[in-house]
Design a binder for this molecule. Sequence first.
Ligand SMILES: Cc1ncc(COP(=O)(O)O)c(C=O)c1O
Length: 399
Amino acid sequence: MEKIQHDFPILSKEIKGKKIVYFDNACMSLKPRQVIEAMDEYYYEYPACAGRSHHKLGEIVTQKVKEARISIARFINANENEIIFTRNTTEGINLLANSFDFKAGDIVLATDKEHNSNLVPWQALVKKKGIKHQIIKSKEDGTFDLDSYNENINGVKLVAMVLTSNLDGTTIPAKEIIRTAHEHGALVFLDAAQGVAHQKVDVKDLDVDFLAFSGHKMLGPTGTGVFYAKHDLLETLEPFMVGGNTVEYSTYTDYKMLKAPEKFEAGLQDYAGIIGLVEAAKYIEIIGYDKIKEQELKLNSYITDVLRKWPKIKIIGPVDPALRSGVISFYIDGVDMHKFALMLDEMANVMIRSGQHCVHSWFNDKKIFNSARVSLYFYNTLDEADIFLKNLELILKIL
Ligand SMILES: Cc1ncc(COP(=O)(O)O)c(C=O)c1O
């Protein structure tokens, strides 16, 4: 653990004489030195563009981006021509929503815990194209209701669901959902923003049609992401952003599109970010998902056990930490959890998230004002959990 923590430069820094306790990993993970160095190498050694310039620096970047596509494809068991580099999950979802040939009346089926990024693009299509957006309510404990899903899958065009919820950390039974969707002629998109950092995502094994994730939540550079689609489906999508490097040629009156993935990557890309993302994926693979899950569960169980001793603390989602990945979302009736989070930060550099976590729809429906969210990752320690819990106790006595 000491060696791992050493790889994350921010963890050896102090603010106002104290180390930081970073428990906001669902928003943004920390970056290991390997990722930062790979990005630096781009800026110091070959800060040129890819796919266009046939000089020495341009050739290096072209090669690096080609290798990055192969590497990221391998990371999720896809083919390289199925990987589109984006800025984030949100861009991937907008790409799908605006490139797929939706018709009025087409049904998009979601969970009741979608992040705004996997809700608003579909709501916009309800207004623009007259599609229907329908929701499967979770069970009382926050887990997925397969019975309700099976009853509502008939006639659906696209299932667009969050794989692992940023609200409560629950993961949907994706394989079963996808199998049933396909039996009923529906396609499936998974929002894997909180997925790839914590569990192996194998697109072939899942047989998922479309998937998106963000690099910055999985140790990667900020503003990096990936959109995946099965190649035959990708070719049927009409890019909604076109321009430089998306066409084979143009005349004053017409153009000829390149094939996927190029036709979806308009303009110069974040080459340093793409190169850094490869190192992030490598780092996760070296640590291994078993170890990641083990550490998250250890910390989640430890913290949950203490929180449960306070009757006024209400945990969102299942009580069992094994069903909540590295997430512990909780609230106290009558308490503004922003205030709680600010106090933790002020008193002990404990950094958590507070608010509605971009899942406003769920909070509005449940009439809950806001929550505090602790989101853990493999580099967090029991000592850090103790600092959090000690200060939580102090704050609860004040509030
Ligand atoms: C489940 C989920 N989906 C989508 C997003 C959006 O990710 P990004 O802001 O990187 O596009 C997030 C971000 O927190 C998320 O947690």
